[in-house]
Design a protein around this ligand. Sequence first.
Ligand SMILES: Nc1ncnc2c1ncn2[C@@H]1O[C@H](COP(=O)(O)OP(=O)(O)O)[C@@H](O)[C@H]1O
Ligand SMILES: [Mg+2]
Length: 225
Amino acid sequence: MPVISFASSKGGAGKTTSAIILACELAEGANVVVIDADPARRLSRWSTLASLPKRVEVVTSAGERTIQDEIAAGRARASFVLIDLEGAASRLNSFAICESDLVIVPTGDEQQDADEAIETLAQVAMEGRARRREIEAAVLFTRTNAAVKSKLEKHINGELRAAVRTFATELNRRTAFSSLHNAGGGLRQLDRGEVSGIDKAIANAEAFAAEVVDMLEETHHAAVA
Ligand SMILES: Nc1ncnc2c1ncn2[C@@H]1O[C@H](COP(=O)(O)OP(=O)(O)O)[C@@H](O)[C@H]1O
Ligand SMILES: [Mg+2]
């Protein structure tokens, strides 16, 4: 029952949105528990806006004293446990990262975003060293332009891809993704009369979820080999 955390050293990187997208996509075929471990409670707020997709359950964490129990309880009843973290270094984040099979680090493709992503990966590696195990982590480009990238964006994107583990799929900047925070529910529940580009957003989300599942399988095979 893999545990997947969304981490970044600052807010606004796309953690909550990407966690919602992944949760709803995985729930097409599996039970998913999403733990909202950010005191800002944006994911919990999303969960109250509309009926949740079948097989998605949201748990609001009570904090650093309970996060480990909340993760264990999630693992006991779901096929995937997702954790949406606060964009800061905290004990709660350390606990969650240590329990994770995969840490997803969302980032944009501006230089500052890339620097933050590298910093977050360094923090994950440090937690791993403290625990004497390697914690898998990968950078996810979010809010990137679906059509064309500027020369500079291409350069920064390429540099980061060459330096660290990244998802090939980018969760592009899409109205369908940002409108989840207003409408609640998953992409498939959005009103087609009101939100454009839903099919492209679903295809984008599916590609991301498939890559996450592949990455977890690779890691698992490497661990048992
Ligand atoms: N792929 C995306 N496409 C469009 N808007 C996005 C995307 N990812 C994030 N956003 C928007 O950017 C803002 C910050 O994203 P959020 O997921 O809340 O970041 P974090 O949880 O890291 O603070 C939100 O208003 C959200 O709607
Ligand atoms: Mg957030």
